[in-house]
Design a protein around this ligand. Sequence first.
Ligand SMILES: [Zn+2]
Length: 284
Amino acid sequence: MLVSMSALEPANCPICEHSQTAFLFRKDGLNIVSCNQCRLIFVNPRVSAPMLAGDYISHYYPSEKRTRLVTDPMEWAQMTERLAEVTTKVAGRRLLDLGCGMGTFLHLAKSAGWETYGVDLSQAGCQYAREHYDLAVFCGNLFEANFPDDHFDVITLFHVLEHIPDPNPLLTEIRRILKPRIGKLVVEVPNGGSIQMKMQKENWPYVHPKDHLYYFSCQSLTDLLQKNRFDQIEVGKPRRVNVGKGAMEGIRFAIQKQISDLLVRLNLATVIRLYANCTKPINL
Ligand SMILES: [Zn+2]
């Protein structure tokens, strides 16, 4: 689907604020570029923020997508894998999932004893989370939620940051509500430095520039977090999950898992998951 020129806005690199970029490729009428200074890959010009927000609210969770997600065993297996790793990294139990969608991850966390909160822009997603899982979910953006200072032990953003037009104010707000020193930020995004991105370019399924505005690599995501004064950054190890049955499926999965584990070690896997703390005083 092509995007009209009037709906576009130019953007500087949010990490180094440089305006000079190199063209990489084009998809859906939009240019994907690389910052000449820090090499962040992003969409420029991009669909304007108000149009993105409106589109997300009205279209992100149509009923057929809701049905597919709650009945897809892979979705549940992936959320279980995320929670298992987060559990090993965090001391406290007060968790905010930003971009919680229909609340699948939060439902698993709450069932495991976490004190859970969610924020999402989608009315349909929030309604599902409240009605089906009895979750405390705020429908709107994080700034409107107005959580207290130093409140959360962990804040998770799974496949959210690549959608945010300006991630810097969001990360500042996250710092404010995350407990200093011990609070943990967890960010998972499609890996713009992955082997699929390098080889498939515009044909990689994660490239949809209308709403995936950034294609962070492990390095550029680290740079963005450090710019926002996060530290103690640690690379997570997302594990490939299997829901198939039978011997052949088991063998196929075992081979894929070996390859996947190697790609994770080389920061070339499909997704990147980073953990970060905020040990510096907030006013520095
Ligand atoms: Zn840059």
